[in-house]
Design a protein around this ligand. Structure first.
Ligand code: FE2
Length: 187
């Protein structure tokens, strides 16, 4: 559902951006609660530091969700931000419900945060193609924060990152195809 907007972009470009922002909103909401699942259920060595780290990552996702929803509004759209809508629209896999020890949670999160980051990089490409530097800038900010979180998580694995992660290409832009190639080469 769309409404009018005086943002100086063609209607079809705005609608594509709004749909993309709603997909990222679903990803962020899904990721927020998945990281909370890890925050609540992690056990074992380094419990306290990992418990706190996961809460920081979850807070970031929650903040990102707000940015995507409000940018969709600014472009003349409506946010699709309920839990049920997010469940339907998210591109992330369900959390690893068998994870108990710290390493299993870290691996599960590296995979999901990596996929979320890949969806943001894809979103930046789409924003640039739609000539919208404002959305590209919002996504660049959230991608930077997400990739830093990814580094914090990956650093617990001593360089053994078997959870190769990228989004399947949608519509296939150049960077998306490269990402898929990297994924296939490392799995
Ligand atoms: Fe907590």
């Amino acid at each position: 559902m769309y409404t009018t907007s005086h943002v100086n972009l063609p209607q079809d470009a705005r609608e594509e951006l709004i749909d993309m922002l709603n997909t990222l909103l679903a990803n962020a909401i899904d990721m927020h609660w998945q990281v909370k699942q890890a925050h609540w259920n992690i056990r074992g060595t380094h419990f306290y530091s990992r418990h706190l780290l996961f809460d920081e990552v979850a807070k970031h996702a929650r903040k990102h969700a707000d940015s995507y929803a409000e940018r969709a509004g600014a472009l003349g759209g409506y946010a699709q931000g309920t839990i049920r809508l997010a469940t339907n629209n998210s591109q992330l896999p369900e959390y690893d419900l068998q994870a108990v020890d710290g390493e299993a949670h870290i691996r599960a999160l590296v995979e999901r945060v990596g996929r979320y980051a890949a969806s943001l990089r894809d979103g930046i490409d789409k924003s640039e193609e739609a000539n919208d530097p404002v959305t590209a800038d919002i996504l660049t900010q959230t991608l930077g924060e997400t990739e830093e979180d990814l580094w914090f998580l990956e650093s617990h694995l001593n360089g053994d990152v078997r959870a190769g992660v990228t989004m399947p290409p949608k519509g296939g832009n150049r960077r998306g195809r490269q990402a898929e190639d990297i994924s296939q080469a490392t799995t």
